[in-house]
Design a protein around this ligand. Structure first.
Ligand code: ADP
Length: 306
């Protein structure tokens, strides 16, 4: 096999009580990439559609992540990449992570899978470093592994994958406004009160337990973020009203996706999830803010061959 076409999924990171550690993989929302072997060493990005992103290898997260993997494998040949973007950069649903995850899984497939998926995460994190200036795995881990992922530790890197309960659906609303990741970072306090920390880790433990036992009500009670949301919600217009209408219409929980501006809600069953989406969008219809809306199952596979 010399060429492969892959689907690179969008992801939700910073899942409320799992701020900075817990993410999930979406199904049906994502980019496509074509990766082909070439005699020339290194990585060349030959085509990008759907977004105005750099073709230079060292300025594109896909190029940087791919090169990190090639350096590790020390190959005598290289790869050409086409990126077909569907996920808008800066939307808060892992646009850069989709490219970084796609390239490493795609190259691994073309080579006959010499590496386990978990071992690909550090290469994809090099791409995230380019996009954000920090090595984080909360979007690339769910994009590569699928399901829910918990980054238990960075040194050493330990990521735990948890399969999604089968009736869990995600609604995403992306208001078309810009939230700068740097501002979303800077707005957070450097320290938190012990009482706040206790609330957050109680909820995170409870949520993880709810995932394993498929206890939807428990998941709902735990989907609270007392650490980042109280500050970051001020960067997203109508956040309180969108969240209120999601919860009033049956969502288990609702919060900021990544560092925003997208807002996610989790629901039991597709019908509730669609209804929650309709109610969330009514809030933005009233204000005239443009938006995009998605309803998706949690994808248990991560990057897929198509
Ligand atoms: P999101 O908020 O959806 O997670 P990110 O903030 O992760 O999006 O990534 C967007 C940044 O990464 C932008 O500055 C963009 O120019 C840069 N970037 C570089 N290469 C890519 C790529 N292949 N796909 C998306 N973004 C890229």
């Amino acid at each position: 096999m010399n060429e492969i076409k892959i689907f690179c999924p969008a992801t939700v990171a910073n899942l409320s009580c799992g701020f900075d550690v817990l993410g999930l993989c979406l199904e049906g929302i994502g980019d496509e990439m074509i990766i082909r072997k070439s005699d020339e060493k290194g990585i060349r990005i030959t085509k990008i559609t759907g977004a105005d992103l750099p073709l230079e290898t060292n300025k594109n997260v896909a190029g940087v992540a791919g090169l990190a993997m090639l350096n590790h494998l020390d190959l005598e040949f290289g790869f050409e990449i086409e990126i077909h973007k569907k996920i808008k950069a800066g939307s808060g649903i892992g646009s850069s992570a989709a490219s970084a995850a796609g390239v490493v899984v795609g190259i691994n497939e073309l080579l006959g899978n010499p590496l386990h998926r978990k071992d690909l995460i550090p290469f994809a994190m090099e791409g995230e470093f380019l996009a954000s200036g920090s090595y984080h795995a909360d979007n690339v881990a769910p994009a590569i592994l699928g399901g829910f992922t918990l980054v238990r530790s960075y040194e050493p890197l330990e990521v735990i994958k948890i399969n999604s309960p089968k009736d869990l659906y995600v609604t995403i609303i992306h208001p078309h406004i810009e939230v700068k990741t740097s501002e979303a970072r800077n707005i957070l306090p450097k320290e938190i009160a012990l009482k706040t920390a206790i609330t957050q880790w109680g909820n995170l433990g409870g949520f993880i337990s709810g995932l394993y036992t498929e206890d939807y009500a428990l998941m709902g009670r735990c989907l609270q973020d007392v650490v980042a949301e109280p500050y970051r919600k001020n960067l997203i217009p109508e956040f309180n009203n969108v969240k209120k209408s999601a919860l009033e219409n049956g969502a288990l929980g609702c919060g900021i996706s990544g560092s925003g501006p997208s807002i996610y809600a989790l629901s039991k069953g597709i019908q509730t999830s669609k209804n929650v989406g309709n109610k969330m969008k009514e809030v933005y219809l009233k204000t005239g803010i443009e938006y995009a809306i998605y309803v998706s199952k949690v994808c248990d596979k991560g990057v897929k061959m198509i």
